[in-house]
Ligand binder design. Structure first.
Ligand code: LLP
Length: 429
């Protein structure tokens, strides 16, 4: 990522901060996030909305990728809205000062408590995943003498045979209301009759870490065809269309990412031409990126413990973190780039399996990956860990969640403190 460089000492540098100094100052394991990179990505998305839609729409940060008070403040100050998927993310966003009107509340199977919390807080957009949520929202809104703004999450049902990159979208099929069967039209019809609900638009999300434009274009077309059908059958034209997130990032050099501007341009061509063909006013367009806003902006620093060489089998390099701070290899065999941060100028000709400290053989961060020759005490860094690492961390084995430091133009500051042992027993009775 372009926030990374190597200094004369051969140390990896992130946004002007030497990673060796960061490790010394804050300890390891340590999440480090580049505020500069996050802001730059936000600005690229925002300016794409200027270019493609004359500003009629905006990006929404999908905060499941990384949620803490500071990230909400940063994306808010860049003009983004915020997506949350639980009462906990909603609480954090509100605590950070995000206006409720800028919050989009997603999630399948929201609890009654979460729905009441969202309605009472005045969340600007509750994204309904199933028609049964409608009655709960209606009731909560009536009790608060208010009207809840909602949208529906739609399963666009894009044909997997012609577009096999959508397969992840099908795995996601517990989400949303089916378009093809007519369930979605029924839900729209029902919502329009409810006096404490105003239906503002529709939403779809087709998957994550997608490295092609076509599925996004196709989803936009399918959704706008449905907008035209709704207008024709029910005489209603929606205010906004949310096309979800899913833009892929680079985990390894060979990952072929598409510049966000290109996704945005391709989708906007489809949106404008479909609206023209169907004589629809262009709705306000939302997108909902998470990974692409924070993923490449983050790295994780670890201290190397032992190096265990098993001749002819593999070389284990053990670190002071593991699946409790980054479960993505254990869960998805996710790719990562690792290097020795204090030897970043040396050749990566040592093949290593990076093992964590949990009591579990599957606690690996990467297998058979190329590194600079490691030694006990070296600083191992894993790149592109800004998304779905801290947010998916756990206390397995009662390990402590590491601190997170934000760096910008050579300055660093703690944005999440490291957990302590007292934190671990706080709720134990
Ligand atoms: N909107 C909705 C409704 C979503 O479900 C998601 C991600 C996003 C937006 C953001 O997608 P992104 O731009 O981050 O791809 N834990 C997995 C990723 C799960 C993504 C779930 N939904 C991982 O670590 O790869």
């Amino acid at each position: 990522s372009d926030c990374l460089s190597c200094n004369d000492a051969g140390h990896l540098v992130i946004s002007g901060c030497d990673t060796v100094d960061l490790a010394r100052q804050y300890g390891t394991p340590l999440y480090v996030m580049s505020e500069d990179k996050i802001r730059e990505t936000c600005r690229r998305y925002v300016s794409s909305f200027q270019t493609n839609y004359g500003g009629n729409g905006r990006p929404i940060y999908a905060s499941k990728a990384f949620s803490c008070k500071e990230i909400y403040r940063i994306v808010l100050s860049e003009g983004l809205d915020v997506e949350v998927v639980s009462g906990g993310e909603l609480y954090t966003a509100l605590q950070a000062g995000v206006p409720a009107s800028k919050i989009h509340f997603q999630g399948n199977n929201k609890s009654i408590g979460e729905i009441v919390y969202a309605v009472e807080s005045g969340v600007g957009d509750i994204v309904v995943d199933h028609p049964s949520e409608l009655m709960q929202i209606q009731r909560a809104a009536a009790e608060n003498s208010t009207v809840a703004s909602i949208s529906f999450r739609i399963k666009p049902g894009i044909d997997a045979h012609t577009h096999d990159f959508i397969r992840t979208g099908q795995i996601d099929s517990k989400f949303g209301i089916d378009l093809i069967s007519g369930e979605a039209m029924e839900a729209v019809r029902t919502a329009l009759t409810m006096d404490h609900i105003v239906l503002k638009g529709l939403h779809c999300h087709i998957g994550s870490q997608i490295l092609e434009k076509e599925p996004f274009v196709h989803a936009a077309e399918v959704m706008l065809d449905f907008y035209a059908q709704i207008r024709d059958e029910l005489g209603v034209v929606f205010e906004h269309l949310n096309l979800g997130g899913g833009f892929g990032i680079k985990y390894r050099d060979e990952d072929l990412t598409i510049p966000y501007e290109e996704y945005m341009a391709a989708v906007s061509v489809a949106v404008h031409s479909k609206c023209k063909a169907k004589e629809l006013p262009t709705p306000k367009i939302f997108i909902e990126p998470g990974r692409s806003i924070v993923g490449e902006a983050g790295i994780t620093l670890y201290t190397v413990g032992s190096v265990k060489e098993i001749p002819g089998v593999r070389n284990y390099v053990t670190i002071d973190g593991g699946m409790f701070d980054n479960p993505r290899y254990a869960l998805y065999q996710a790719d990562y780039t690792c290097l020795i941060a204090n030897k970043a100028d040396q050749p990566a000709d040592y093949i290593a399996t990076i093992a964590g400290k949990c009591c579990e053989s599957g606690d690996l961060i990467q297998e058979h990956t190329a590194l600079q020759t490691p030694m006990e005490g070296d600083l191992l860094v894993v790149l592109s860990t800004g998304a779905y690492n801290y947010s998916m961390a756990s206390n397995y084995n009662r390990n402590l969640k590491p601190a997170c430091v934000m760096v910008s133009e050579g300055e660093s500051r703690i944005v999440i403190k490291a957990e302590t042992y007292e934190d671990l027993v706080r709720n134990d009775v």
